[in-house]
Ligand binder design. Sequence first.
Ligand SMILES: CC(C)(COP(=O)(O)OP(=O)(O)OC[C@H]1O[C@@H](n2cnc3c(N)ncnc32)[C@H](O)[C@@H]1OP(=O)(O)O)[C@@H](O)C(=O)NCCC(=O)NCCS
Length: 179
Amino acid sequence: MTPGTNDPAILLRVPKAEDAADLHRLVAECPPLDPNSLYCNLLHCTHFSATSVAAVSKDSHGREHLVGFISAYIPPGQPETLFVWQVAVAAEARGQRLAARMLDNILERAVCQDVRYVDTTITPGNEASWGLFRSWARHHDAPTHSRVIFERDRHFEGRHDDEHLMRIGPFEIAAESAT
Ligand SMILES: CC(C)(COP(=O)(O)OP(=O)(O)OC[C@H]1O[C@@H](n2cnc3c(N)ncnc32)[C@H](O)[C@@H]1OP(=O)(O)O)[C@@H](O)C(=O)NCCC(=O)NCCS
């Protein structure tokens, strides 16, 4: 069986505060992601947990290891949009559609029943991220549109590449009856 597709050893679940330190480490191991403060990761795992997902594998002692995470939220005043902040998959778990499956997991929750669009921002050189979101859009027969939203000089004082807003949608995903 392919791990990350139907492998029962990888569980997708709602994050909890105790995941934050592991998330902090995972993001640090996933360049080019911007590292956040541990406090920020605690907010991902608590305030944003309903629209975020943790992927954990269990070892032979039943201990959980964080192998994937998506931090995301529904922006204030935009109930039809899920904004994906960061996607991180540990190197050993890549290439098994885990990132795509994590995104589906969030969108299948009742809290996302009104969501018709996924927004994310991507730097021009992040081929993995473009590949992931274009592929996800293809799988869901959803159109994509992108434009620069945060500019290197105007918004980042020349210290960060342009960020392109990629909007995927509209699409339909059947929400489960409970989160
Ligand atoms: C990007 C990342 C999350 C992908 O995770 P993953 O679980 O391996 O991705 P999936 O297996 O779900 O792949 C889904 C699609 O993305 C594409 N993709 C994944 N990695 C890719 C890469 N390095 N280059 C181009 N496309 C890529 C796959 O081809 C796949 O499409 P397909 O099924 O149509 O072939 C992972 O490589 C990672 O954590 N990278 C470092 C952090 C990062 O760049 N995060 C994204 C920015 S938020």
